[in-house]
Design a protein around this ligand. Sequence first.
Ligand SMILES: Nc1ncnc2c1ncn2[C@@H]1O[C@H](COP(=O)(O)OP(=O)(O)OP(=O)(O)O)[C@@H](O)[C@H]1O
Length: 284
Amino acid sequence: MTVNPFVLVDDLAKTYGATAVFENLYFTIGKGEFVCLIGHSGCGKTTILNALAGLEEASDGVILVGGREISGPSLDRAVIFQSHALMPWMSVLDNVAFAVRSRWPDWDKAKRRAHALKFIELVGLGNAADKKPAQLSGGMKQRVGIARALSIEPKMLLMDEPFSALDALTRGTLQDEVLRICHQTAQTVFMITHDVDEAILLADKIILMTNGPGAVIAEIVVNTMPRDRNRADLHRHPHYYRIRNHLIEFLVDRSKQFDRSTFDPRKPKFTTPGLDTTTEEKQP
Ligand SMILES: Nc1ncnc2c1ncn2[C@@H]1O[C@H](COP(=O)(O)OP(=O)(O)OP(=O)(O)O)[C@@H](O)[C@H]1O
């Protein structure tokens, strides 16, 4: 567990009637840490993200962010969804400036727009600031969503499969940008993904959920790849295939056949498959 974690999830559970979607979740996120959550469909990933965002109440447990219990949505926690939810009648600049106004209502228009433009440029959309969402590609819209989320300078960024609707090329470019921006700004991030390569590229820690109902955290994989990663030569690092194989084996086998007899949810099992040289021979 992280010492003095920024986010502390303690015994979180969600039930519908008699059925627990997930239960006994304990995990932490340190300040500036990038955490990915992986698990099969229906194990409750979006529900967990919504609980962290304050958009949904858990049935049990508490979530502390910065030492305070979450009691609803907050501008301190920005969410980026799969779909962009931009206001179609507003330009890129106005969409972002609108969010800036909600954060700093006292700022005058010029200050709001200058601040918004800084983040639009950060995601490489400086030339499209005056365009309307209908004039943008899917990747560009998602960039606006990222600029909007970052522009309010949240203490934490929550992302629910933000790149899953994009083509592979655009997804790769945006992953690189998110990696660069999050490192530059030491952003604390919680992200759901189905893509193991995306998780290895971006995450410091990867939380693995077993299948629902009654999903639990099976283990937390520590990403031992150096932090200055880049997509092009990720696979050349000796830890890469060890981590990748470990994650895929989990999704294929271990997520279904999880042994709860020795399982202590209060002490999540941390693993470092990147350092495990016995998996070497499994490299393709
Ligand atoms: N209102 C509801 N009543 C009953 N069950 C619900 C309700 N809302 C969600 N669920 C169930 O909760 C479970 C978790 O849903 P959630 O969307 O969090 O899963 P997920 O892991 O994010 O799935 P996916 O990867 O498909 O997005 C699902 O099995 C879903 O059927």
